[in-house]
Design a protein around this ligand. Structure first.
Ligand code: PRP
Ligand code: URA
Length: 209
């Protein structure tokens, strides 16, 4: 079963409060999502492998550590996942970025895929799929299905707010995928929105409502 990690860092929790607030406008919402994504990227990269190299300091030679050249890929689920990409790339600038376009049918709540482009060396990369919201889990499950069909084997999922229903569904569909979240909320409402959540992440990021 995939593990669930909740990032309870005070800075993440503080910024999360302001993106929940309905009076936060588009500009500030976008900036906060970007900052939260950077802080989450810091936490999710804790286990990156290191190797030792020799470096000459002004004093003498030293053995010191650098990242072991692991190939990372970031895959935002369109639209709202795009809001997290730049924040992650600030810390992992060499990561390749794939895109997966999915929208949730408002009646059936089923995900509909409309775009997919992944790095060509998909088998060799460790992927982080990102989307601010994990609600029913349908979009995340479909995104991982599509990536696995194209050969991805190492996938993690990172979102800002998750509903228990979505976490359970994703764990059941993809037990090999660990889930990283900033907040585990209470439930879904009858329209499939996360309660208390933050509303429609895509609309709030792009000002479309
Ligand atoms: C939102 C959100 C997730 C999805 C989560 O996207 O960004 O992708 O809903 O819901 P689920 O877990 O029930 O699938 P939406 O479908 O509203 O599309 P958009 O980003 O294009 O607005
Ligand atoms: N998608 C969103 O943007 N918000 C929710 O609460 C659920 C799905």
């Amino acid at each position: 079963m995939g593990k669930v990690y909740v990032f309870d860092h005070p800075l993440i929790q503080h910024k999360l409060t302001y993106i929940r607030d309905k009076s936060t406008g588009t500009k500030e919402f976008r900036e906060l999502v970007d900052e939260i994504a950077t802080l989450m990227a810091f936490e999710i990269t804790r286990d990156l492998p290191l190797e030792e190299i020799e470096v000459e300091t002004p004093v003498q030679m030293a053995t010191s550590k650098v990242l072991a050249g692991k190939k990372l890929g970031v895959v935002p689920i369109l639209r709202a996942g795009i809001g997290m990409v730049d924040g992650i790339l600030k810390l992992i600038p060499a990561a390749k970025v794939g895109h997966i376009g999915l929208y949730r049918d408002p009646v059936t709540l089923q995900p509909v895929e409309y775009y997919l482009k992944l790095p060509s060396d998909v088998q060799e990369r460790d992927f982080i799929v990102v989307d601010p919201m994990l609600a029913t889990g349908g979009s995340a499950i479909e995104a991982v299905n599509s990536m696995k069909k194209r050969g991805a084997t190492k996938i993690r999922f990172m979102c800002i707010i998750a509903a228990p229903e979505g976490v359970e569904a994703l764990q059941e569909a993809h037990p090999d995928v660990d889930i990283y979240i900033a907040a585990l909320d209470e439930k879904l409402n009858e329209k499939g929105y996360i309660v208390p959540g933050l509303g429609d992440a895509g609309d709030r990021l792009f000002g479309t409502k």
